[in-house]
Ligand binder design. Structure first.
Ligand code: SF4
Length: 557
């Protein structure tokens, strides 16, 4: 059976009109990865249900029959380093990889998805059009306007598309820099009718995304995915999953979630509940009760994110009965000071209680997720993380404990976007490893080098496109990026500037013309609050002293 023949569709594709727009919708990775992306599934189904579009899918390993002259080629991007595959796919379609070399004979190349919505600038030169924000309204608006200018010149098409809210046409903005390798000076539209600021789009309906296809070939075999919530109300100061997607929205239990789950469970018995903070759905308990019915006894359940203080014995029991052995909770740190700095409203006793409940409910293991190099972190904070892990072990003996740990990476549109990556983070990861392993606690650090690459792309500007093109030839290790930086010395800023430097809050950010859900003034307020605010006077003076001596952020003291 071919890969596509194994698909069970949960929608009915429409036969396109004769003059439908030939469109290729690509995922820049293998089919198994792409088809597991709920975002990709939903956009594809939306296009396949339109009479005015003839959509064909393209992955790096397989493809449907492609039109000879596509008018639009789109990419959904979930992972930064997939840009290499985008460039390869464009070449295989005989489309110039840089937008500036495309002419009226080439299709419009658009991109969307979390990576581009966060900070599209390093990739801006490769796209004609970038969709910023939720696709629900953006995509139909894009197609409708495109239809109106379908036969016009490329420049007319781009100008028309740039006037749709949330649609960003990078080539219509000019970026000036203080110096060749200095900070951004200004970002301005080239024509008066082009908006100076593009506002990311927010969908406000109470029906969220659900799988449109179930297949055994997906990376999560036969999974049916339901988006329970979108965004997260917690607003941890580093968290893009919260800040970039605000406000927090929930799918209606009666009119949306239950009918969707019933539909999905007719074709599979594997259910995934998705969202940045699933257990914060106001009717989560009712949802859990619904799934606990005996008729769903054979259902395998996965929950994307569980907030630590919502781990009840009932939740653990439901998961254990539904074939889940382990639970992951993000605690970030064992230090109360750091959790206050990042606005994680969580205490060590709640973490310990979560472990006790997980064990009582029959789960075999608990994974905790932490971070090294959080702004304000001192060596004693890491000692506190070790102590916390030991206390959990004591309180819930027999529960297998793992601490996964990444390095803090600044993300655009969050209050911590101005902080660089702490150079000590690698050593600190090693410290945790050394302390936890002998205690029988598994420690799984995320690669520090990968965090550096993430930070580079996360705070990159348009000048990075040259570097990305070069690195593509060298391979995807940190060494390859360093080699490319060496080659471009003097032409672009260095790695230190993008990754490690604390940026001034007065400098123009590469994404200044792209407006997230919150204005910069609010992000600055939240930053100031993190650094200097506290109800506890001792904590306040501790934080103030630390940051005053260490930071050169201006205008927020
Ligand atoms: S609780 Fe998790 S998802 Fe929510 S803001 Fe904090 S880190 Fe982000």
């Amino acid at each position: 059976m071919t890969v596509f023949a194994s698909e069970r569709l949960l929608f009915t594709p429409i036969t396109p009109d004769n003059d439908a727009i030939p469109l290729i919708f690509a995922f820049p990775n293998e089919y198994s990865v792409g088809i597991t992306s709920l975002g990709y599934q939903v956009v594809w189904a939306t296009l396949a249900m339109r009479k005015d579009v003839q959509v064909s899918r393209l992955f790096t390993d397989i493809q449907e029959q492609l039109p000879r002259n596509p008018k639009i080629v789109g990419f959904s991007i979930s992972w930064e380093l997939d840009y290499v595959n985008i460039l390869n796919l464009l070449e295989s379609l005989e489309i110039p990889i840089r937008a500036t070399f495309r002419d009226d004979s080439h299709p419009i190349v658009f991109g969307g998805g979390p990576v581009l919505t966060a900070n599209p600038e390093p990739f801006a030169d490769f796209f004609d059009v970038i969709l910023l924000g939720d696709g629900e309204n953006l995509l139909p608006n894009f197609i409708e306007v495109y239809k109106e200018v379908r036969n016009a010149s490329r420049q007319t098409q781009l100008k028309a598309l740039a006037q749709i809210p949330g649609i960003y046409v990078p080539s219509l903005y000019e970026v000036e820099y203080q110096t060749k390798d200095g900070v951004v000076k200004s970002i301005k539209p080239i024509f008066p009718e082009i908006p100076a600021v593009v506002q990311k789009q927010t969908y406000r309906g109470n029906t969220l995304a659900t799988s449109t296809v179930v297949t055994e070939k997906a990376a999560w075999e036969n999974i049916y995915m339901v988006e329970v919530v979108r965004s997260c109300p917690e607003m941890c100061r580093f968290c893009m999953a919260s800040y970039l997607t605000l406000p927090f929205r929930t799918a209606s239990l009666e009119s949306s979630l239950i009918p969707a789950i019933e539909r999905g469970l007719q074709v599979t018995n594997r259910l995934g509940l998705l969202g940045a903070s699933v257990t914060q759905h106001p009717e989560f308990e009712a949802l859990l009760n619904y799934i606990s019915q005996p008729k769903y006894d054979d259902v395998r359940l996965s929950i994307a994110s569980v907030r630590t203080n919502t781990v009840t014995v009932q939740l653990a029991e439901t998961l254990a009965k539904r074939d889940t052995r382990s639970l992951t909770i993000a605690v970030e740190s064992g230090s109360e000071k750091l959790r206050q700095i990042i606005n994680k409203k969580l205490h060590n006793d709640e973490i310990i209680q979560a472990a006790i409940n997980a064990k009582a409910g029959g789960l075999k293991s608990l994974k905790l997720y932490g971070m090294a190099g959080i702004p304000g972190e001192e060596p004693e904070d890491l000692e506190q993380t070790v102590d916390m892990m030991l206390s959990i072990k004591k309180a819930a003996p027999g529960l297998r404990l793992t601490l996964g740990c990444s390095t803090f990476v600044p993300k655009a549109h969050t209050p911590f976007q101005w902080f660089g990556v702490n150079r000590q983070a690698e050593k600190r990861l090693q410290f945790l490893q050394k302390k936890l392993k002998p205690q029988g606690i598994e420690f799984r650090p995320e690669s520090y080098n990968w965090s550096i690459i993430q930070a580079l792309i996360s705070r990159g500007d348009r000048r990075l496109s040259q570097l990305l093109e070069l690195t593509r030839e060298f391979g995807d290790s940190l060494g390859s990026y360093k080699r490319a930086f060496k080659q471009l010395k003097g032409q672009i800023p260095d790695l230190e500037f993008y990754v490690h430097a604390n940026w001034s809050t007065e400098q123009t950010l590469p994404w200044n013309h792209l407006q997230g859900p919150l204005p910069q003034s609010t992000l600055l307020k939240h930053l100031a609050d993190s650094l200097y605010g506290s109800h506890d006077e001792e904590m306040k003076s501790k934080k103030t002293n630390f940051f005053k001596s260490d930071l050169k952020l201006h205008g927020i003291a």
